[in-house]
Design a protein around this ligand. Structure first.
Ligand code: HEC
Length: 127
């Protein structure tokens, strides 16, 4: 590991898309084809396994307080970025400035549907 003085989240945002060997198999959900495509392209790197403090899709408990903020707030945070209390950082547009607002919104909707889908199909949350 080179000791490059780059903020961790930025480093991850740049390094992750290239290093995606994630075995996470994102299920197709009705009405979420576009969101799934964007999510698999960008969001999966952090939100599949909870990398860098990101809430993982398999952990409904980690998502509950975030979902309670309401979709408009979550979308705003996904678009402009968000620092949590532990200084973990959601990068603006998941680190891909090429994504449109609609694409980020579709990815968000897919992710929220995926959280519900996974919590319905698995008896307990992953740690
Ligand atoms: C480089 C890693 C990374 C990528 C890629 C990433 N996220 Fe995140 N995301 C995070 C982290 C870390 C947090 C938790 C921040 C915190 O609350 O401490 C987070 C939190 C969130 C939240 C919750 C915000 C809140 O208000 O609680 C949403 C919504 C979200 N991400 C959406 C997305 C979407 C949509 C994408 C793809 C377009 C994406 N993320 C890609 C790291 C990432």
């Amino acid at each position: 590991m080179p000791g490059v003085p780059v903020p961790l989240a930025l480093l991850l945002a740049v390094a992750l898309p290239a290093a995606q060997a994630q075995p996470f198999d994102a299920p197709a959900l009705p009405g979420h084809d576009e969101g799934r495509r964007v999510w698999q392209g960008t969001c999966i790197g952090c939100h599949a396994d909870g990398l860098a403090g990101a809430p993982p899709v398999g952990n409904a408990a980690a998502w509950a307080p975030r979902i309670a903020k309401g979709r408009p707030v979550l979308l705003q945070h996904a678009l402009t970025g968000f620092f949590g209390p532990d200084h973990s950082m959601m990068p603006p547009r998941g680190g891909d400035p090429k994504l449109s607002d609609a694409e980020v919104g579709a990815a968000l909707d897919y992710m929220l549907a995926l959280v519900r889908h996974l919590s319905a199909s698995t008896p307990k949350d992953r740690p």
